[in-house]
Design a protein around this ligand. Structure first.
Ligand SMILES: *Cc1c(COP(=O)(O)O)cnc(C)c1O
Length: 383
């Protein structure tokens, strides 16, 4: 196989995988639904056994995702949260984990409700970029950059170098960027997790999650954890992700292009007080993001001007769907204060920068003129 294939080529075909050996020479891997595979009777093990342990279609998507990321190992899970929960399952009572303070809501719930009660201490860090050291008893650092929904940026290499000194593992939830824009393993992270539900699937029709790592021993124990927890990805859903992955680059290119135009439009609109995109917070974050990421992605937030009610605005949108989730071909808009961060108190939301006038936009692949007109109509109707 030619070396150094571009990312846009690698998402289309997993050239690292062996060619399909079935009698029909299909160009895509078949979906093997079997829950179990016959075994040799001489006491040896066949290549596949029971589906919870391994499955050829899941193997194909794991191989494809690892190939795209440039990682040694990948594990596929039923959801993004199943992947995150499996990463956290390697912690034990007494361990400390540091997380970005505006971490994904499900992750917050997991550490705050589930793991805290099992003696794992979670501490939320407002700005990792300002840290000069990490407490010695830290077992793991779990971060997102950019964050949701305030698009704050964390210097991944900086955190990785601090974590190395105390032997803490660094895990990055890279869902918003994907390896097309940002490669945490190259920046020193020990593992990357994804909600494959978002940009990998890309069509709002499948849930999936992934863990990627170059650490052989950790991979082996995470694989056992997934088998024990019973949370791997089904063959059908593995196929959906294999299919979605092929268009990741063309979708994200178009989505980023559209997002840049809409950001620019909103920045100049009198009914919008500010637009939050990677680097908005400070020159330092802007510089970090430019250094570690190839693009601003297609997710951003904006705040309506004082006195403007988001209900009135959202009601007038005709194309954009008012729904949580992100990364799909259709544009979704949501109200983080009531739809994502409703578990936080008003004071906690205020501190996190999530006002009642903040809206988050996940930009799709539609014609940007139509999207702009949709915003224009909705904004002018409330003036
Ligand atoms: C959606 C999401 C998750 C959780 O993924 P599910 O597939 O919904 O379980 C985790 N992290 C981020 C950043 C997400 O956007």
């Amino acid at each position: 196989m030619p070396k150094n294939l571009s990312f846009a080529t690698r998402v289309v075909n997993d050239y690292s995988a062996s060619r399909p050996d079935d009698q029909y020479r299909a160009v895509i891997p078949p979906i093997y639904l079997a829950s179990t595979f016959e075994q040799p009777t001489d006491g040896s093990a066949g290549p596949y056994g029971y589906q919870r342990s391994s499955n050829p279609t899941r193997g194909s998507v794991e191989s494809a995702v690892a190939y795209v990321e440039g990682a040694e190992h990948a594990l596929a899970f039923a959801t993004g949260m199943a992947a995150t929960a499996t990463v956290f399952s390697s912690l034990t009572t007494g361990d400390r984990v540091l997380l970005t303070s505006s971490v994904y809501g499900g992750t917050f719930l997991l550490v705050d409700e589930f793991f805290a009660r099992r003696g794992i201490t979670a501490e939320f860090v407002d700005d990792f970029n300002e840290l000069t050291e990490i407490p010695e008893d830290t077992a793991m650092v779990f971060l997102e950059s950019p964050t949701n929904p305030t698009l704050r940026v964390t210097d991944i290499s900086h955190v990785a170098s601090l974590a190395k000194k105390v032997n803490a593992k660094v895990v990055v939830d890279n869902t918003f960027s994907t390896a097309y824009l940002q490669k945490p393993l190259d920046l020193g992270a020990d593992a990357v997790v994804y909600s494959g539900t978002k940009y990998f699937g890309g069509h709002s029709d499948v849930l999936a999650g992934f863990i990627l790592t170059n650490d052989d021993a950790w991979y082996a124990s995470l694989k056992i954890a997934s088998k024990a927890l019973g949370n791997p990805l089904s063959p059908f859903d593995s196929y959906s992700i294999l299919r979605g992955l092929k268009t990741l680059v063309i979708r994200l290119d178009r989505q980023q292009e559209n997002a840049a135009i809409l950001r620019d439009y909103l920045e100049h609109h009198p009914a919008v007080s500010r637009v939050l995109a990677p680097g908005w917070y400070s020159a330092k974050e802007k510089e970090i993001h430019a250094r570690q990421s190839k693009g601003d992605g297609a997710l951003f937030a904006f705040e309506l001007a004082e006195g403007i009610d988001f209900h009135a605005f959202a009601k007038n949108l005709k194309l954009m769907r008012f729904a949580v989730s992100l990364g799909s071909v259709e544009t979704l808009i949501c109200h983080p204060a009531s739809m994502i961060h409703e578990n936080l108190s008003p004071e906690e939301r205020e501190k996190a920068g999530i006002s009642d006038r903040l809206l988050r936009l996940s930009v799709g692949i539609e014609d940007v003129h139509d999207l702009k007109a949709d915003l224009e109509n909705a904004l002018s109707a409330i003036d």
